[in-house]
Write a protein that binds this ligand. Structure first.
Ligand code: SF4
Ligand code: SF4
Length: 64
């Protein structure tokens, strides 16, 4: 089981992560200009597609 989280202070709002998430757990919020984990964080598959495109290192995926 994997848990995904995004550091709001580090995220630049590029939204590359959300576009590539096969589980559709990540959503860009225009009013905040950042991307958030809006799906069930526990449904993360641990594929690291999001972390591999995040240049700011804002995303953390941990195996529980
Ligand atoms: S890829 Fe990183 S910086 Fe870009 S929206 Fe996602 S978490 Fe934020
Ligand atoms: S590790 Fe994969 S499934 Fe989990 S949030 Fe990132 S892109 Fe989505």
């Amino acid at each position: 089981m994997f848990i995904v989280s995004i550091d709001e202070d580090t995220c630049t709002g590029c939204n590359l992560c959300a576009e590539g998430c096969p589980a559709r757990l990540l959503t860009f919020k225009e009013d905040k200009n950042k991307t958030y984990v809006t799906g069930d964080e526990c449904e993360c598959m641990g594929c690291e597609a999001c972390t591999s495109v995040c240049e700011s290192g804002a995303i953390t995926v941990v195996e529980m």
